[in-house]
Ligand binder design. Structure first.
Ligand code: HPA
Ligand code: MG
Length: 216
């Protein structure tokens, strides 16, 4: 397990006025929590760590939509830079899935995988990276892993941009983590609040007004 950048509980983030945010969200955000540039810098290093560990394996990069799409695209861009600039390179194929979460109460948690028709092609030959946005309780990822292991891949590695420090955690940790964050609800960089804020570059904390405005 590699290390992650730990953001402490008392991290205040940054005043919105110091960064550029879309006008339509100006009053809906409290603070910038992780600036886009820092996300990119950390992602660049994750790409290097992953490529160091993958050896010669063909990588099937699996993106967990929708929240994982920005991280997936940027991480793959950095991996592609490494692939074209080093003596060693590995072929990369991509696949995309969505997860539907059916949880009736705290104890039942069933996950349905939508898409990823090629998953049966994983058998025996490839390793995969599951790129996702956030691991909170860890239960969804544990369920997804058990589904994927049913296809007998050679190796499965999970890469998550964020892991939340929360008492609700099952103790599950991804193989690679960008940032470990306090128990706050964050949006931006494809993470949403009721589908809004995916179109925001920085990871931010939503304001009370934002919560009210986009409440369902
Ligand atoms: N933000 C967006 N989506 C989430 C979060 C979060 O903090 N935690 C779990 N899903
Ligand atoms: Mg969401």
């Amino acid at each position: 397990m590699s290390s992650s950048l730990e953001i402490p509980d008392d991290e205040k983030g940054y005043d919105l006025e110091l960064f550029c945010v879309p006008k339509h969200y100006e009053n809906d955000l409290e603070r910038v929590f992780i600036p886009h540039g820092l996300i990119m810098d950390r992602t660049e290093r994750l790409a290097r760590d992953i490529m160091r560990d993958m050896g010669e394996h063909h990588i099937v990069a699996l993106c967990v939509l929708k929240g994982g799409y920005k991280f997936f695209a940027d991480l793959l861009d950095y991996i592609k830079v490494l692939n074209r600039n080093s003596d060693k390179s590995v072929p990369l194929t991509v696949d995309f899935i969505r997860l539907k979460n059916y949880s009736n109460d705290e104890s039942t948690n069933s996950v349905k995988v939508i898409g990823g028709e090629e998953l049966s092609a994983l058998s025996g030959k490839v390793c995969m990276n599951i790129e996702t946005d956030i691991v909170e309780t860890g239960k969804t990822m544990q369920t997804l892993l058990s589904i994927l292991n049913g296809y007998n891949p050679k190796m499965v590695k999970v890469v998550s941009l964020l892991v939340k420090r929360t008492p609700r955690s099952s103790g599950y940790r991804p193989d690679y983590t960008g940032f470990e964050i306090p128990d706050k609800f964050v949006v931006g960089y494809a993470l949403d609040y009721n589908e809004y804020f995916r179109d925001l570059s920085h990871i931010c904390v939503v304001s009370e007004q934002g919560k009210q405005k986009y409440k369902v």
